[in-house]
Write a protein that binds this ligand. Structure first.
Ligand code: PXP
Length: 245
């Protein structure tokens, strides 16, 4: 069954908007786990706009679950990730002006830097290194070549597709990309923009997806039904719409 990891960045966004100490991302993480999440995701951005260093240290020290540390290739952030050595490190592109991560990493142009960073991450005790990539064959092949052991397929173009034809085309790219990644020995993760409405077609169509990372839709939904319940709802949609090989 595909695992559900919850990104809790937006709990910190809300806290920081009022420069308050609440809502606390750590407490949110505990509610997600109580609702059936298989792990917690956070992105320590260079500008610290949501998750802060103290949050990350507390997750690492006190949460007994899989942690997915999303990070850019910035030396400072790579250093913090190595110090904390989460089970999973997901490398993403990062631009200060963006509202959220806008697309996959360009593994081809970043190859040299990735070849330096990935062995450092493994050397510090990180078990899995995933590269967040678009469903493009060359990017997937390059991900295997630079030593990642997983990719996270960027599902944003699928979630935001303007019409059913575009959506079907992106979905078929993702099916092909997931098969290629699996054949190359990479684990397949996926995320960005997934929710209870768009997950069913994705879940049924795309093979080999071992985990999904979902944040915004679940945090938004939690305002109305609570965080535990929002996680449980997503979990149940994932269970009901699994790909059958
Ligand atoms: N995966 C990655 C690599 C991301 O950058 C994000 C957004 O922070 C997500 C998954 C989750 O996306 P969303 O918040 O749209 O569910």
């Amino acid at each position: 069954m595909t695992k559900l990891l919850i990104n809790i960045d937006h709990v910190a966004t809300l806290r920081n908007a009022r420069r308050e100490t609440f809502p606390d991302p750590f407490e949110a993480a505990r509610s997600c786990l109580a609702g059936g999440a298989d792990g917690i995701v956070f992105h320590l951005r260079e500008d610290r706009r949501h998750i802060k260093d103290a949050d990350v240290r507390r997750f690492a020290d006190e949460l007994d679950t899989k942690l997915d540390f999303e990070l850019s290739l910035a030396p400072e952030i790579v250093g913090i990730c190595c110090e904390l050595s989460p089970q999973l490190a997901t490398l993403v592109p990062e631009r200060r002006e963006e509202v959220t991560t806008e697309g996959g990493l360009d593994v081809l142009t970043q190859r040299k830097r990735l070849e330096q960073v990935i062995p450092r991450l493994y050397g510090s005790g990180v078990e899995e290194v995933a590269l967040f990539v678009d469903p493009v064959d060359d990017q997937i092949r390059a991900s295997a070549e630079v030593g990642a052991n997983a990719i996270e397929l960027h599902t944003g173009d699928y979630a935001n597709a303007a019409d059913p034809i575009t959506r079907a085309a992106v979905l078929s790219d993702m099916v092909r990309a997931a098969r290629l990644a699996h054949d190359l020995g990479l684990s397949v993760h996926a995320g960005h923009g997934l929710d209870v409405h768009n997950y069913p077609d994705f879940g049924r169509a795309v093979p080999h997806v071992s985990e999904v990372s979902i944040g915004f839709a679940i945090i938004a939904r939690s305002l109305f039904i609570g965080l535990e319940q929002a996680v449980a709802e997503m979990r149940s949609v994932i269970e009901q719409h699994a790909h059958v090989l």
